[in-house]
Design a protein around this ligand. Structure first.
Ligand code: ASC
Length: 148
């Protein structure tokens, strides 16, 4: 292989950064907190709309719900070994009841995906119901697995 091609190959892999396996625990914690923070930031306007605290706008609802759906997929592979200690409110149950934690995470993702679908229809009553269901799924996991 020509030397310049070899350089490109090495640069490509180096640029990709460390794989998930080598991610520093504090970076994994910051990653999942960032995703969940943004999830809350995009769920907030939907909650405000159905509570009459913000004018209802289908396009605003759709955009926020789509971003919430993307965010909802991100945190889960960042609860790996060693990420239970540090600057985190994550409770130990996440690692001792992994099946239940996954079930709650899956439920939340399903509710947010449904929220994204419902937001597009322009059906305000359906949106109100689905915001409620989604909020319950957020809360179920926080009650069990997040320290105050
Ligand atoms: C939010 C947010 C949560 C959920 C939860 C719903 O907007 O940041 O964590 O809703 O409070 O019960």
């Amino acid at each position: 292989m020509k030397a310049w091609r070899w350089c490109l190959l090495v640069a490509a892999f180096a640029g990709a950064g460390p794989g998930l396996a080598q991610q520093k625990p504090e970076d994994a914690i910051r990653y999942r907190q960032s995703a969940l923070f943004l999830l809350g930031q995009h769920f907030g306007p939907l909650a405000a709309m159905v509570q009459g605290k913000m004018p209802y706008d289908r396009d605003v609802a759709t955009r926020n719900a789509a971003l919430a759906e993307t965010m909802s997929k991100l945190p889960w592979d960042r609860f790996g070994p060693g990420t239970d200690k540090g600057d985190t409110k994550a409770k130990p149950g996440i690692w001792t009841n992994q099946a239940d934690f996954k079930a709650k995470a899956d439920r939340m993702q399903a509710e947010v995906a449904r929220l994204a679908q419902v937001s597009k229809t322009g059906d305000f009553d359906a949106l109100r119901v689905q915001v409620g269901e989604t909020g319950k799924a957020c809360k179920a996991c926080h009650d069990e697995y997040r320290n105050k």
